[in-house]
Ligand binder design. Structure first.
Ligand code: NAD
Length: 424
């Protein structure tokens, strides 16, 4: 029996993440009158793979898990993109995530194309042994796709450095020691210093850049973060270190709120021990729906796609939204948010810190020479900062949103690459 797909609670079937991704791509392409051949190349993935993985469970029965890997583009280099374990993962979502990786890597200027993978499963109900067997089966099924010069996975929602270690080990068993085949590995197995906080750190950096451009004072600002996993918890912690008041955070079980500001470090310790925010008693409770529409300066959705959609976009009160998650605002909600005058720092810019540090992990693996955390930050910060400035300038040049400016910046680089390849 195959693992049953559970629809994502907030993922209304009307909002296809892939359609959302394409809608933005075409809107940006319209602004620059993009030639049809570039549109055709960039609006369909290069390769789409579905694998069925029979795996023995702890109770002795066998279950078939469905896995995906989508390579959206290899124009700028080997494809790069995380692997998601979630009960709602499907091909449409993985195709969208792969496309976002193409635009993200091109925007930031990394020598990578875009890909994404996923397995439909609920990691919270699977034992560590089952997760290891499933991951190894997925790696074997895609052994000829993955490769340090062809397709390089990384962590995403529901996966972590432990899962990356299994991929590295299974792949190396077949082909010999190849640490550069996957990033986000544990430090002991060729991981990079600074990779775990990297995405949240990039969210903090882009938020601080926006605050500076807007002429705001960090100490006067209130922020709420939806999603308290890798990205959300690090973004909350690092923004608190910058003097911004974190008034609410949430996860799949609900959220917590304090007008005086939450103790983010204590919350991180609580979630580590408890598994979720449920039952935390040093703050008031708040639902995810309430958090998204709170009276705030900054909202950071850092969980799943389409949490802001036409049903709640009108009620959003934040003045700035920084997209920690991929695709948290549906394409239909974009125009509503824009009409309200809310500035959005888009996902392909805001959460690019993770793939930027992953790139340095890959470089270190291939050179066999490792950097300190300080060196990593020194290398990654100008890349993120420069991408922000280029997008801000493009926004002013075209009089468009930050999102469309980010797409334009990425599309222009990709179109130049496709043109120079000359393979038509
Ligand atoms: P994670 O698994 O570490 O954390 C996800 C968090 O979201 C958890 O706190 C979970 O409880 C919460 N969540 C799940 N469903 C929810 C719901 N319906 N409502 C509210 N909260 C919910 O995942 P992550 O790595 O932090 O990824 C979060 C987002 O950031 C994803 O969109 C991912 O694609 C994106 N992202 C992650 C990275 C990375 O390096 N990890 C890089 C770029 C983008």
């Amino acid at each position: 029996m195959a693992e049953v797909k559970t629809p994502m609670s907030s993922k209304d079937q009307k909002h296809s993440p892939f359609e959302s991704m394409l809608a933005r791509f075409h809107a940006a392409a319209d602004i620059i009158n993009l030639d049809q051949r570039f549109r055709d190349v960039l609006s369909a993935p290069e390769r789409t793979m579905i694998v069925n993985l029979p795996v023995k469970l702890d109770d002795g029965t066998t279950r078939v898990f469905e896995g995906y890997r989508v390579i959206h583009s290899t124009v700028m280099g080997p494809s790069k993109g995380g692997i998601r374990f979630a009960p709602f993962v499907d091909l449409d979502e993985v195709k969208a995530l792969a496309g976002w990786m193409t635009f993200k890597c091109a925007l930031v200027g990394l020598p990578y194309g875009g890909a994404k993978g996923g397995i439909t499963l609920n990691p919270k109900v699977r034992s560590e042994d089952e997760l290891e067997r499933i991951t190894r089966a997925y790696t074997r099924a895609l052994k000829d796709v993955f490769g340090e010069d062809s397709d390089i996975p990384a962590p995403d929602m529901g996966t972590n450095n432990r899962v990356m270690a299994w991929i590295f080990h299974e792949y190396s068993r077949i082909f010999g020691y190849t640490p550069g085949v996957v990033t986000g590995k544990p430090l002991h197995l060729g991981g990079s210093k600074g990779r775990v906080p990297a995405t949240g750190w990039g969210v903090m950096l882009t938020t601080m850049k926006a605050i500076e451009r807007l002429g705001w004072k960090p100490s006067e600002l209130r922020v709420a973060v939806q999603g308290f996993g890798n990205v959300g918890s690090w973004a909350a912690k690092l923004l608190q270190d910058q003097g911004v008041k974190v008034v609410a955070v949430s996860d799949h079980t609900g959220g917590v709120y304090s007008d005086e500001g939450l103790n983010v470090r204590e919350l991180v310790r609580y979630v580590k021990g408890n598994g979720s925010l449920a039952g935390y008693s040093n703050a008031s409770s708040i639902t995810n729906a309430e958090l998204l529409t709170m009276d705030l300066d900054i909202l950071i959705p850092a969980a799943i796609e389409n949490v802001i959609n036409p049903s709640n976009a009108n009620d959003v009160k934040a003045k700035l939204i920084v997209e920690g998650a991929n695709g948290p605002i549906s394409s239909e909600a974009d125009s509503i948010i824009q009409e309200k005058g809310i500035l959005i720092i888009p996902d392909i810019l805001a959460n690019a810190g993770g793939v930027t540090v992953s790139y340095f992990e890959w470089v270190q693996n291939r050179r066999g020479h490792y950097y300190s955390e300080e060196e990593i930050r020194e290398k990654a910060a100008p890349i993120m900062s420069d991408a922000f400035d280029r997008v801000w300038d493009k926004r002013e040049k075209h009089g468009c949103t930050m999102r469309l400016a980010a797409y334009i910046e990425a599309i222009e680089r990709l179109a130049t690459g496709i043109d120079l390849e000359g393979n038509f």
